[in-house]
Write a protein that binds this ligand. Structure first.
Ligand SMILES: O=C(O)CCC(=O)C(=O)O
Ligand SMILES: [Fe+2]
Length: 336
């Protein structure tokens, strides 16, 4: 069988290796939809009020959504269409990007990077590449669909500006010095696109592992097909896609810097019986040289976490904690 599911056709039943054991399956098809995810208008004419909303959302909910965010709606649509087309390209073209090597700057893979050894596969293909500085990476990106580099290049620039604007708001809201999140802590800029084909039985499969984002901050553009769920008060709740709204997810490194003031929500993706789903994630994260620690100004007595380098965290994350980022973080708590 082809590894990339975007190359499959006429899928009538779920292959055995994609059926999760009963305790980890979604089990049912209908989930409550979350109607109280904070929705923040970034063009609100009281910036100080907007900052308060952002900080409250990070502390009380974790996720938030933004509107009037400055990323042009046509650009969002064009980028989504480019990725939908990309996954439809012939298997031979996509094969040139196939890799499970995390160090490769542009790679397509299926399920997780452990495809060859994992017991169960997730119902997704993923295409990830580095984005910044653009001129260092753009040549490694696909040259198909024909406008890929032009459209995705602009998208990475615009979404990057937005992420730094949000980071600056967080910086102000927490009372940190200006530019606190510039430099090593946000140096790695990745675009990560998930693609799920329709699944004959979504109750048996998962589109993405249960996880928290291990990076600094994530921006997510969903298409109009639902699938993202967050774990809230012990229940899985669906995040309804709202047209041209972007989701902001504070990652675990932001939680550490906030000295545990921020929530980094646990989420997963379920599959859809009839429609393909594509989502675009923009991830800012630390460089390998980065030293992460709670911001001094936010520590009263003892910091909640000890300082660590990002590779140290990543080792705990991938080896010790089997990709459970919250568990990996416990490793660095001063009082576990
Ligand atoms: O595709 C989605 O809706 C969520 C993606 C996600 O959680 C991630 O890429 O970390
Ligand atoms: Fe995520």
């Amino acid at each position: 069988m082809e590894i990339l599911m975007s190359n499959w056709s006429n899928v009538e039943c779920v292959p055995k290796t994609y059926i999760f054991p009963p305790e980890s399956r979604p089990g049912k098809l209908e989930f409550p939809v979350c109607s109280d995810i904070p929705l923040i208008d970034l063009a609100h004419n009281h910036p100080a009020e907007t900052i308060k909303q952002v900080i409250r959302a990070c502390q009380e909910f974790g996720f938030f959504q933004v509107i009037n965010h400055g990323v042009c709606e046509n650009l969002m649509d064009d980028t989504m269409n480019i990725f939908k087309e990309f996954f439809k390209l012939p298997s031979e073209y996509k094969a040139r990007f196939y890799s499970n090597d995390i160090n490769k700057s542009c790679r397509i893979y299926s399920s997780t990077l452990s495809y060859d050894t994992e017991e169960f596969h997730y119902w997704r293909d993923n295409f990830t590449h580095r984005c910044h500085p653009l001129e260092d990476y753009i040549e490694s990106w696909p040259d198909k669909p024909i406008k890929y580099r032009e459209v995705v290049g602009e998208y990475t620039i615009e979404t990057r500006k937005l992420l730094f604007k949000i980071l600056e708001m967080i910086c102000k809201g927490l009372g940190l010095e200006r530019g606190y999140f510039d430099g090593e802590v946000s140096k790695t800029h990745l675009l990560s696109v998930n693609h799920h084909i329709p699944c004959p039985n979504p109750s048996l499969t998962l589109g993405m592992p249960v996880h928290s984002d291990p990076n600094l901050i994530t921006l997510l553009q969903q298409c109009d097909v639902p699938g993202l769920q967050i774990l809230k008060d012990g229940q899985w709740i669906g995040v309804q896609p709202l047209p041209h709204t972007l989701i902001v997810i504070p990652g675990l490194q932001l939680k550490v810097i906030s000295n545990d003031k921020f929530i980094t929500p646990v989420h997963r993706v379920v599959t859809h019986p009839k429609e393909a789903r594509t989502t675009i994630g923009v991830f800012l994260g630390p460089s390998p040289e980065s030293l992460i620690k709670p911001a001094t100004g936010l520590v009263r007595n003892e910091p909640v976490f000890r300082a660590f380098t990002y590779p140290e965290f990543f080792k705990a994350f991938t080896v010790g904690a089997k990709c459970d980022a919250q568990l990996a973080l416990n490793h660095f708590r001063n009082k576990p």
